[in-house]
Design a binder for this molecule. Sequence first.
Ligand SMILES: Cc1cc2nc3c(=O)[nH]c(=O)nc-3n(C[C@H](O)[C@H](O)[C@H](O)COP(=O)(O)O)c2cc1C
Ligand SMILES: Nc1ncnc2c1ncn2[C@@H]1O[C@H](COP(=O)(O)OP(=O)(O)O)[C@@H](O)[C@H]1O
Length: 327
Amino acid sequence: MQIFRFSYTSIPCLPHSVLAAGFFDGFHQGHRALLTEAKKQAERLGLPWGVLTFDPDPWAVFRPGEPLEHIQSLEDRERTAEALGANLFCILDFTRAFASLSPDGFHQVLKDMHVDYLVTGFDFRYGARNAGSVQSLTKAGFAHSVVQAVTDLDGKISSTRIEEAVRGGNVEAAAAMLGQDYSVPGLIVHGFGRGGKLLGFPTANLQPDPGYLLPARGVYAGFVQTDSGIHEAMISVGVNPTFTGTGQTVEAFLFDFDSDLYGQRVRFYFSRRLRPEKRFDGPEALKSQLVKDEAQSRQVLDGHDPDPDGVYATAESRQGSLPGPGA
Ligand SMILES: Cc1cc2nc3c(=O)[nH]c(=O)nc-3n(C[C@H](O)[C@H](O)[C@H](O)COP(=O)(O)O)c2cc1C
Ligand SMILES: Nc1ncnc2c1ncn2[C@@H]1O[C@H](COP(=O)(O)OP(=O)(O)O)[C@@H](O)[C@H]1O
């Protein structure tokens, strides 16, 4: 996949293509329908296909200073598009000047980018005051197709619904909409040194990359992708109320694993919520609960693939060629 990043004022020479346009946070089932359509049109026209996306998030440009959390970083979005077969990934710098283009100004940008065919969602808007829509693409005679909303029993699948599910700890609902388990990358840092010594369960503490949503406090069964492959795990998001003076931590005990993870870039996958976090009378009571959590996690994770499209199959460190899921 070729990646291009540019401003609308200096468009590079791009191949003629079919592009699906959107922000695509999560590349959920609705977003994937656009990619399927782009691929289909590209095959018909004999052209490469890909994604037209924007960075930074338009919200960050129009509401600077407001904290923003995402399902995916730009790099995650690139990796997902690549895993789903895109040939091109075009990132247009999102600025106030770009956003204030007229609809015709935006059509000209598409032409200068050699976009021969555009695929959008039914509610795609563009240009100053959102004046551009699928109707104005038609009026301008721009070759395009419109993909209708992909729905489930609760309505339209959207990044907002996925965010709500993750924030509420409903990671299974998030996974159904995403097409893969919700995951957060980051760095393994030192904790309080209690896990191994006091509890007999060493835990790898994640310093999540900035900007990622975190699932609600609680205990989850999931996976940890490390340099040595993907490992079943049980994960705690919480303040460790059994002990005092602890801030919020995100930590995992990896099953059948015994090596140093400090300083390593990893990815935590949240597959199933097991229970809320509790305050125990002491380390022994917590330890007995952890034994039960491990048994339950092993049971629910058996045969479960957190990343069926192999989006994040390479190790987060990207050093050399490393084993992926199932390794
Ligand atoms: C799967 C799992 C479940 C946990 N559940 C709880 C809990 O319910 N209550 C609690 O106080 N701490 C819980 N913990 C956190 C432990 O208190 C924590 O791992 C321990 O304090 C070690 O911290 P350290 O890594 O900073 O040394 C859990 C940890 C894991 C991995
Ligand atoms: N099975 C395992 N799961 C998680 N971490 C492990 C495991 N085996 C070894 N480790 C290592 O041990 C460290 C955790 O030890 P722990 O006693 O909880 O101390 P800390 O509080 O500093 O994280 C991890 O960061 C990792 O480097």
